[in-house]
Design a protein around this ligand. Structure first.
Ligand code: UD1
Ligand code: UDP
Length: 378
């Protein structure tokens, strides 16, 4: 049932994205809005903060940006991303004047999108709002990006009750907050079910470990330590294999390839397209990662996650027992990996826990709230 009078014109949404996870987590919302043209008209505004990694996600979900700013540079710094995104989004907003700007998460594209909207007095809807570590430098720069975005936003869509509480503590009005679950779970369940229906969801042999790493605060020595810990793990477990799709950042690749390439039981590849990555998660025994999105997705595939970070904005996964924070200390990492490989009871406990991040309906909940919020209320 439409929430708008039939004579009303559709609500115009500008959905801003720039990186791989934003495309995954905003695709369900864009697709749901596009399927309801009486209520919504959608423009995808891409900063192109990522290039190949964004393009492959857009292709899988069939998203076509109305504009691509193409800002990516090799080894780009944060000021470059902010300035070029802000300027490009600002120009587009000035001309097109959408009713809402929708941003997701905590990348620099997210913050620039919210700031450009604010400068143009266009209301902002923030998807995956309220995640906090309360440490400005961890993760860097994402904690600052999401705090600043939160204070520019008009509607806040935290995935969990805990994220909602963070927003309330910062003085955000309760009536502007709706707990929705994470739209990343919408994308994951859709993809998982499609693969399963096509008979393309593998079960592994229990000896393949999936690894991803990219966070700025882990680049350099922590990432080198991780790679050496992987070599030690492989030496201790001659039947274990490692699958490591390596992020395209030169700062990641210049560390990972020299240490791990050539090992007969390490498969280093370029980043995988989303369905291939879902298959890799399904095939794995457990996952070593510093990714935010992977922590959220893995429980829906029954995979334990060891999180390569010192702090977390996702305590729900730890509380549910699906993930453990192990940092980048090689000894801790090896001890926890060995537990999962040797201790069946511990493995079962972590792999059977329920996903605390959503039920696959987050995008619909968000659109319902946007549809019933008068734009003049900003
Ligand atoms: C960015 C986000 C981070 C998010 C991550 C998801 C910021 C500051 N960081 O980090 O929050 O978790 O994306 O992956 O917003 N590159 C390519 N091709 C690509 C993508 C990246 O070559 O398709 C290379 C480029 O040299 C680029 C570098 O990777 O300069 C780093 O990209 P950048 O977006 O700055 O940082 P990420 O680590 O990807
Ligand atoms: N992902 C992917 N291919 C890969 C690695 C990750 O499709 O080779 C997906 C993953 O399933 C999740 C998203 O990319 O949906 C996470 O992106 P990333 O780890 O880069 O960013 P973060 O979530 O940490 O911001």
């Amino acid at each position: 049932m439409s929430l708008l009078p039939s004579s009303a014109s559709p609500i115009r949404l500008a959905v801003v994205m720039g990186t791989r996870p934003e495309a995954v987590k905003l695709a369900p919302l864009v697709l749901a809005a596009q399927s309801d043209p009486q209520r919504f008209q959608v423009d995808v505004v891409s900063t192109g903060q990522h290039k190949e990694m964004l393009d492959s996600m857009l292709a899988w979900f069939g998203l076509r940006p109305s504009v691509s700013l193409d800002i990516m540079r090799p080894n780009q710094d944060l000021a470059h991303i902010t300035m070029s995104s802000l300027s490009g989004i600002n120009d587009w907003l000035k001309t097109h004047r959408p009713d809402w700007v929708v941003v997701q998460g905590d990348t620099t594209t997210t913050f620039a999108g919210a700031l450009a909207a604010f400068y143009n007095r266009i209301p902002v809807a923030h998807v995956e709002a309220g995640l906090r570590t309360h440490d400005k430098y961890s993760p860097y720069p994402e904690e600052a990006n999401r705090v600043m975005t939160g204070h520019l936003a008009d509607l806040h869509f935290p995935p969990t009750a805990g994220a909602r509480d963070n927003l309330l503590r910062e003085g955000i009005a309760d009536e502007r907050i709706t707990v929705t679950g994470n739209t990343g779970i919408d994308a994951l369940l859709w993809t998982r079910n499609k693969l399963a229906n096509e008979g393309k969801l593998p079960t592994g042999d229990g000896r393949e470990v999936l690894v991803t790493a990219h966070r700025r605060e882990n680049q350099g020595e922590p990432m080198r330590g991780l790679c050496h810990a992987i070599l030690t793990l492989l030496a201790r477990y001659p039947d274990v294999r490692v699958n490591f799709p390596v992020h395209l950042s030169p700062r990641v690749r210049e560390v990972v390839f020299p240490v791990l390439s050539g090992h007969p039981r390490v498969q280093l590849t370029d980043p995988l397209d989303y369905p291939e990555f879902v298959q890799a998660m399904a095939r794995s025994c457990f996952i070593l990662t510093d990714s935010g999105g992977v922590q959220e997705e893995a429980p829906s595939l029954g995979k334990p996650v060891l999180v390569l970070r010192d702090s977390t904005e996702r305590p729900e996964a730890m509380q549910a027992g699906t993930a453990k924070l192990v940092g980048t200390d090689p000894e801790r990492l090896l001890a926890e990996a060995a537990r999962l490989l040797d201790d069946q009871a511990e493995y079962t406990r972590m792999s059977k826990a329920q996903n605390p991040y959503g039920d696959g309906q987050a995008a619909q909940r968000i659109l319902q709230v946007i549809a019933r919020t008068p734009v003049a209320s900003r």
